[in-house]
Write a protein that binds this ligand. Structure first.
Ligand SMILES: Cc1cc2nc3c(=O)[nH]c(=O)nc-3n(C[C@H](O)[C@H](O)[C@H](O)COP(=O)(O)O)c2cc1C
Length: 178
C-alpha cells in the first residue's frame, strides 16, 4: 500500500504526529510520502491508495494551507480512503462545550472545502511555551491555567496520546486492505 501523509503545523506538534504515523505505517510494510502541505500543492493523489491529512487549531481555525489543499484536491480525496487528524488542545480535555466547538469547526471546514474525510480523529496536541512569542505565551498561559490547574506553565507539555494514536492509525490502515 502507498500512502500520502500531508500536514500543516504552526508550532511543530502536528509535524511530530505526522512523522510518528509515517514511521509506524512504514514499519508495517507500506510506502509513505510525507510532506508539509505547503510543499505539496501539485501532488497527484491518484498515485496513492490512501491519504492522511493533518492540521492544528489556532483561534478556532485550521491552517489556511490545509483548507486550500483540501479544496483544491477534493475530487481525488473523495475517491480514496482518507483520515483527517484535527490537532488541538480542546481534544485534550472532556469539556462538553469544547467538544461541541470541535464538531462545529470540523463541520465548517467540511462545508468550506467540500472534503468529507472518511475518518476523523480529534488528537490532543501540545502546550509549547518554548515556541510561543510573548502574545501567544500570555494567551496560552491563561487557557492552560484554566483547563489544567496542575500544569507547570513554564514548560512544554505534550497531551498527545501516542498509544491511542497508534491504535487509531493501525485500525484505519487495516480498513484499506479490506
Ligand atoms: C495562539 C494559539 C491559539 C490556539 N487556539 C486553539 C483553539 O482555538 N482551540 C484549541 O483547541 N487549541 C488551540 N491551540 C492549541 C493548539 O491547537 C495546540 O497547541 C496544537 O498542538 C498546535 O499544533 P501545531 O504545533 O502542529 O501547530 C492554540 C494554540 C496557540 C499557540
Amino acid at each position: 500500500m502507498k500512502l500520502f501523509i500531508g500536514y500543516a503545523t504552526s508550532e511543530g506538534q502536528t509535524r511530530k504526529i505526522a512523522r510518528h504515523i509515517a514511521d509506524r505505517v512504514v514499519d508495517a510494510g507500506h510506502a509513505v510520502e510525507l510532506a508539509p502541505l505547503a510543499d505539496a500543492a501539485d501532488v497527484d493523489l491518484t498515485r496513492f491508495d490512501g491519504a492522511v491529512l493533518g492540521g492544528s487549531l489556532h483561534a478556532g481555525q485550521y491552517q489556511k494551507v490545509l483548507s486550500e489543499f483540501a479544496a483544491d484536491h477534493v475530487t481525488a480525496l473523495a475517491a480514496m480512503p482518507t483520515l483527517f487528524l484535527s490537532v488541538s488542545l480542546a481534544a485534550a480535555g472532556h469539556d462538553a462545550e469544547d467538544w461541541r466547538a470541535l464538531d462545529k469547526i470540523l463541520a465548517d471546514f467540511q462545508d468550506a472545502t467540500g472534503w468529507v474525510p472518511g475518518q476523523v480523529a480529534q488528537v490532543a496536541g501540545a502546550y509549547m511555551p518554548s515556541e510561543y512569542d510573548v502574545f501567544r505565551r500570555f494567551v496560552m498561559r491563561r487557557i492552560i491555567a484554566a483547563k489544567d490547574p496542575e500544569a507547570d506553565l513554564d514548560w512544554d507539555h505534550e497531551y498527545t496520546d501516542w498509544d491511542g494514536l497508534d491504535a487509531l492509525v493501525d485500525g484505519w490502515v487495516e480498513t484499506l486492505g479490506s
